[in-house]
Design a protein around this ligand. Structure first.
Ligand code: NAD
Ligand code: DAU
Length: 331
């Protein structure tokens, strides 16, 4: 089987490619990735000989068409993925997340190739802290940021290409991932690498915002399950019942790194900051038999801290630039 994985040099995509190489000997992966600031060949360096890597843009129609023509399946992870960046400059988000997805859809339509679209729970907007309901696949779309609005637009394109053109696609909307190879602009690795470089962690606002954490391996196992057994045209929500507020997470990181749990700074809050995400993944569990394996966030976080400690060469040369960008934002 030939599989095209877009964004395979990013956080979730590289973990997915590692898992396929490790667990699926009959699958040959081609990664298509334009190596933006968020992508790194080094995330794939230990499996370089087992995959094919193409540096290129998902909005390059000729390139995409030539790659899709030889694929049995496409798994689409490539995106501009960071909310803060989308507030500073939405333009690459529209180009990659919307035009890039459109370009892929046209190619899978032309060559009748199975397609899985990786998306986010942020398309549903946010929930109140004390709201007992959680997001389901029937929750109306209500995105808040330029990032989540472009992901919502890309989801709609997929649904339209299924209905209008018979494209064989599935969609998944997942909550916040953590684990190895996550870019250090994101909340958890930013705080871990702050502490490792002698900088106090930075918490937006008072830190009451809740995220529903899932280990990246659990997300990717669910994507594989949907690719194998998901119903065409369906959306599956992926989540591992991991709700925690940001204050608790920052304190846990400090404690696990033998620091005073109060040794962090409150910084400027994010504009339009979503309050709470929470996923009801019962359809995925009941219909496709998926279960998360990383049910203990604390031990998953400890392993993630160890990974960043042991892989400083993966992140140390970009730390200064990432923090400079935050400094300009006052965060
Ligand atoms: P990431 O930013 O770590 O990686 C994105 C990758 O896409 C990078 O390797 C980058 O070089 C590549 N890319 C960007 N623009 C491209 C283009 N025009 N052409 C080709 N490649 C391009 O992102 P991530 O956190 O791994 O997220 C992957 C996917 O999962 C995204 O679609 C995101 O919306 C979705 N998602 C992420 C999370 C999360 O918690 N990180 C949760 C749910 C869904
Ligand atoms: O819910 C899924 C989404 O999760 C994905 O679609 C996005 O691609 C991914 O980036 C993530 O979005 P968030 O905005 O939730 O993640 P981020 O890591 O940027 O922030 C997590 C929370 O931590 C959020 O409430 C903002 C807060 N935060 C973030 C940073 C970078 C801080 O308090 N301090 C920080 O330094």
């Amino acid at each position: 089987m030939q599989m095209l994985v877009t964004g395979g040099a990013g956080f979730i995509g590289s973990n997915f490619v590692h898992a396929v190489v490790r667990d699926r000997p009959g699958v040959r992966v081609t990664v298509l990735d334009s190596l933006t600031y968020a992508g790194s060949r080094r995330s794939l360096s230990t499996i370089n000989d087992s995959i094919d890597f193409v540096e290129g843009d998902i909005a390059d129609a000729d390139l995409v068409d030539s790659l899709v023509a030889h694929a049995d399946a496409v798994v689409h992870f490539a995106a501009e993925s960071h909310n803060d960046n989308s507030l500073a400059d939405p333009s690459p988000f529209l180009q990659t997340n919307i035009i890039g997805t459109y370009t892929l859809l046209q190619a899978v339509r032309e060559h009748d190739v199975r397609y899985h679209h990786v998306s986010t729970d942020e398309v549903y907007g946010d929930l109140e802290l004390n709201d007992p309901t959680r997001f389901t696949e029937h929750t109306p779309y209500n995105p808040s940021s330029p990032y989540s609005a472009t992901k919502a637009a890309s989801d709609m394109l997929v649904r339209a290409w299924v209905r209008s053109f018979g494209v064989r696609a599935t969609l998944s909307n997942c909550s916040n991932n953590y684990g190895p190879y996550q870019h250090i602009e994101k909340f958890i690795p930013r705080q871990i690498t702050n502490i490792l470089t002698g900088v106090r962690p930075k918490l937006y606002g008072v830190g009451k915002n809740v995220r529903d954490w899932i280990h990246v391996e659990d997300h990717n196992a669910a994507v594989w399950r949907i690719l194998e057994s998901g119903e065409i045209g369906r959306t599956y929500l992926i989540g591992a019942d991991g709700e925690l507020d940001n204050l608790s997470v920052v304190r846990m990181i400090l404690e696990l790194m033998d620091k005073d749990p109060e040794d962090f700074d409150h910084v400027a809050d994010r504009a339009g900051h979503d309050l709470r995400y929470a996923i009801d993944s019962s359809a995925l569990r009941n219909e496709l038999g998926w279960q998360p394996r990383y049910n203990d966030f604390r031990s998953g976080l400890r392993a993630t801290i160890d990974w960043y400690r042991e892989n400083q060469t993966w992140w140390e040369n970009i730390k200064g630039a990432v923090e400079l960008r935050y400094h300009v934002q006052g965060a």
